[in-house]
Structure formats: structure tokens, C-alpha cells
Design a protein around this ligand. Structure first.
Ligand code: SF4
Length: 470
């Protein structure tokens, strides 16, 4: 097997031609990556380095054609559901209806990452007073005005209550623009009192049974809105089937993460792993295809692991990453600085954990929604991160703050302190803007310092411990 290479967009032109000459087949959304830059305006793709496998090509093409897929779904008579904030639960509910297609309008968060900051959506958000003191989710407000990034959904569903201020303010402005929002309540998750009935959540957390019941009722209201939109109730076993299929995605992804994050040689770059993880939230609007895309990635990773080839050397430091990056280039930068991704918490760990299949479906989804790391305390989030970091054997932790984000003013520091105390790993907190060019040298220096610290620690751990008497 050839040693995997990291390719620029230009390199991919020649690689694509060679793969096609060699007979590579592609799904309908296939094609050279460059077209997303030239026709789609994803200018930031030109600044990224990509994995060179056909599986990664399919992954990127799948991600970057979601808008086409949504427009096709509408043309085929599907109703579009625009979910906001819950990240992982509403799409499962909606997929119990074959004529509904769901996507996250807050996925507009990524528009500046791909298109840069000189775009109409951000200009419109500015004009409406939602300036860059907000996190990149403000792009969704502008996208509703320009209508350029996604079709306007037939139904908007947003969780309220334990929700960050940015999304909450932006969603309310969207409603103010004349797009009605169906709000449902998500309580702040609290610890059960001593002796209080409680339920175990996916991922190992615990919540009071009364909170699970409340969320279950709220999801029942969401289900009512979906029934109204579809014009019927779901078939009797449709929700169970939707959960089973979501779990197929989650288990496939779990297998991929374990392989990628624990193999001695890193078999898949950080950037492609981040994209794979994002698919778990809403399957990029096509569950069946999402499973195929992930299956290709697993096949590629498995063959690299079996052949003992990787994308980085053995010395790469194993880094656990917290929060998504507003500039995707930083995932490349981690590897340039000598690190490799070994575990993540991108604000949606509840979308990666399997949904319980041994309880009634609405109960299972209520538990899943309540497992959201963003509706509990920083301490619980740090606890989960520590567990995963230990499981993946990470040697360092990076917490990347999102500029303007109300969810992480102090959270990063609290989580960092707690994980350092529990796991004894060096911690770096950085802020990654949507356009990292100006701060790239500073980010590079700080990441290099973290990697160097972890290497020194690794070396000391490998040496016999000295005592006073030695
Ligand atoms: S980045 Fe943070 S503040 Fe912004 S929408 Fe996401 S959770 Fe909310």
C-alpha cells in the first residue's frame, strides 16, 4: 500500500484525474474538489491540506453538496425541517417520517470557515446588529436574509432554556424576521438529590427522572409539530427504526474513532476525522449515504492500520481536542506542529453515544437530549472529557475557544484545570478565529510549546524514576 500523502487542492486535481483514469467510481455528488471553490465559493478550501484517499474525497464531496441534496429533497416533495441547537435529537425524531428531511440551520456556523469572512451572510448579520461580538452562528441570521446557503425550512425547531446566549438571540431574531420557530424547553441538567429517582444517560451521566420526563413531554410536543407537517402520525415501529439506523451511524463512527485515535500510527488526518464526527449530528441530510461514506472511511483506515502505514510519524504527540475550530486550517496546523488527534469533544458528544434501545423510543431520545454536554455543568463536562482522554491515551489537551461564544467565556479555564488535575496532562487554551491568518504564527508557537512539553513528559515517563537513594 502506498504511504498516504497530504494534498493541497491543486495536488488533488492531478490525483483526481489519476483516480478516474484508474477506474474510480463515484456517487452522483462526486467530482473534483476544486469545483466547490470555483462554483460554490468555498474559497477557504484552497488553504487546507487533505487526505489523498478516494474515501476522503467522497467524504468531502458528501459534506459540500448538502445544499444540493436539500434542494433535491424539496423538489421531490419532501418537507424540510430546520433544527437548531439540540445537535442530534430532532433529526432522529423527524426521520420516523419518510417525507421529512432535517438539517441544522446552525450548521451555518461553518460558512465563514469555508467561504471566508467577506460574505453576504455576515454582512447581513452586521446590518441587523448581530456583529462579531457573537460567535460564527450569527452567519445563520444573514443566511436567512440572503437565502443563499440553504433552502428556507418548512418548519423551524429550536430548543430553549439551557441554551447559549448567541444561538438564543440569533434564533429569536430569525423569528422576528418572519420565520416562526417551534420552541421546546431543555432544562439545565442537575444532579439527582439523594434518594431521588434518576435515569442513566448515554455516555454514563445521570439525570433526575423528573427532568427526563419533562424532556420527554417536550419532545412529544415536537413530535406533534412534525406530525402536523407530515400530515400523519409515524408508523408504529418507525421511531424505533429511526433510532436503530441512527445507532448504526453512531456505532460505525465509534469504531472509526477508536481505530483512528488508538492505533500506534495515525491512520487518518485530524481534519477528515472532524468532518466524520460532524456527520453524526444529522447525517448530512441522507442517513443511508452517510453510513456508506463512513464505511468507506473505515475500510481505508482499517487497511492503513493493517498495513502499518500512517499519515504521521510515530513520534506525533497524542492530543485531545475540545470545541470545534472556527478555522478548519488549525486541524492541519496541529499536525504540522507535531501533534495527532486522539479524542475530541466538539460540543456534541451526546450525538456520538448510542441511543438506548432497551427503553421506549421517546424515553430513549429524552435521555439522549439530556446527555448534551452543554446543558450540564462544566464539572460534568470535564469528567466526561477526562474519561475519554484516558480511554484514547491522549498526552495533552487543547481547548479551543470560539471568538464571541457565550458558552465558553470561562468554561475553558475551568475544564482545563479539572482535566489537568484528573489526568496530569499539559493543557493549552487557545482562541481560533474564523480566519486564522493573522494569529497563525502565535497559534503555531503555542501548539509547538504544548507538543514539546508533552514530549518531555513522555521522555521522563520512560526513564527510571530517581529517588534520593538512587
Ligand atoms: S459556539 Fe458556543 S456560543 Fe456559539 S452557537 Fe455554539 S454553543 Fe452557542
Amino acid at each position: 500500500m502506498a504511504i498516504p500523502r497530504s494534498l493541497s487542492l491543486e495536488d488533488w486535481d492531478a490525483r483526481y484525474d489519476a483516480l478516474r483514469r484508474d477506474g474510480m467510481g463515484e456517487p452522483w455528488y462526486g467530482g473534483p474538489l476544486r469545483r466547490h471553490l470555483e462554483a460554490g465559493g468555498d474559497t477557504r478550501l484552497g488553504a487546507l491540506r487533505f487526505d489523498d484517499s478516494p474515501a476522503a474525497l467522497r467524504l468531502w464531496n458528501f459534506l459540500l453538496t448538502e445544499e444540493d441534496r436539500l434542494r433535491e429533497a424539496r423538489a421531490a416533495g419532501h418537507k424540510l425541517v430546520g433544527a437548531m441547537k439540540d445537535l442530534g435529537t430532532v433529526p432522529v425524531l423527524a426521520s420516523a417520517f419518510p417525507e421529512l428531511t432535517t438539517f441544522y440551520v446552525d450548521g451555518a456556523w461553518w460558512i465563514p470557515c469555508l467561504m471566508g469572512t467577506a460574505i453576504g451572510a455576515l454582512r447581513e448579520a452586521d446590518r441587523l446588529g448581530v456583529c462579531d461580538s457573537f460567535c460564527p452562528v450569527r452567519a445563520l441570521l444573514g443566511a436567512f436574509v440572503t437565502g443563499e446557503h440553504f433552502p428556507i425550512p418548512d418548519l423551524l425547531v429550536c430548543s430553549a432554556g439551557a441554551t447559549c446566549d448567541d444561538l438564543s438571540a440569533v434564533a429569536q431574531r430569525v423569528e422576528g424576521l418572519g420565520h416562526p420557530v417551534f420552541w421546546w424547553e431543555m432544562p439545565h441538567r442537575r444532579r439527582a438529590d439523594r434518594g431521588e429517582p434518576s435515569a442513566t444517560l448515554p455516555g454514563g451521566g445521570i439525570a433526575p427522572a423528573e427532568q427526563v420526563a419533562l424532556v420527554r413531554d417536550e419532545l412529544g410536543r415536537v413530535m406533534g409539530a412534525l406530525c402536523d407537517l407530515a400530515g400523519h402520525r409515524p408508523e408504529s415501529d418507525a421511531l424505533g427504526g429511526a433510532i436503530a439506523q441512527a445507532n448504526r451511524v453512531r456505532r460505525t463512527l465509534g469504531h472509526l474513532r477508536t481505530l483512528a485515535y488508538t492505533s500506534p500510527l495515525c491512520p487518518m488526518p485530524a481534519l477528515e476525522m472532524l468532518i466524520c464526527e460532524m456527520l453524526a449530528i444529522h447525517f448530512c441530510s441522507d442517513r443511508g449515504e452517510c453510513i456508506e461514506v463512513l464505511a468507506d472511511m473505515i475500510a481505508e483506515v482499517e487497511s492503513r492500520v493493517a498495513e502499518g502505514v500512517g499519515v504521521l510519524g510515530e513520534a506525533a504527540v497524542r492530543v485531545f481536542w475540545v470545541n470545534p475550530v472556527a478555522d478548519l486550517r488549525v486541524m492541519n496546523l496541529l499536525e504540522i506542529c507535531g501533534g495527532r488527534l486522539c479524542g475530541t469533544e466538539f460540543l456534541f458528544s451526546h450525538a456520538l453515544d448510542a441511543i438506548p434501545e432497551d427503553v421506549e423510543p421517546m424515553e430513549a431520545l429524552a435521555r439522549t437530549a439530556l446527555a448534551d454536554p452543554m446543558v450540564g455543568t462544566c464539572g460534568e463536562r470535564a469528567e466526561r472529557i477526562s474519561r475519554d482522554l484516558t480511554r484514547f491515551g491522549a498526552e495533552a489537551l487543547v481547548i479551543s475557544r470560539v471568538p464571541g461564544a457565550s458558552h465558553c467565556a470561562f468554561e475553558g479555564e475551568l475544564v482545563g484545570r479539572e482535566v489537568a488535575a484528573r489526568c496530569g496532562v499539559p493543557v493549552l487554551e487557545i482562541e481560533v478565529p474564523s480566519f486564522d491568518d493573522a494569529v497563525e504564527p502565535a497559534l503555531r508557537t503555542r501548539l509547538e510549546a504544548l507538543i514539546e512539553t508533552a514530549r518531555v513528559k513522555r521522555k521522563c515517563a520512560g526513564e527510571p524514576r530517581r529517588t534520593r537513594w538512587a
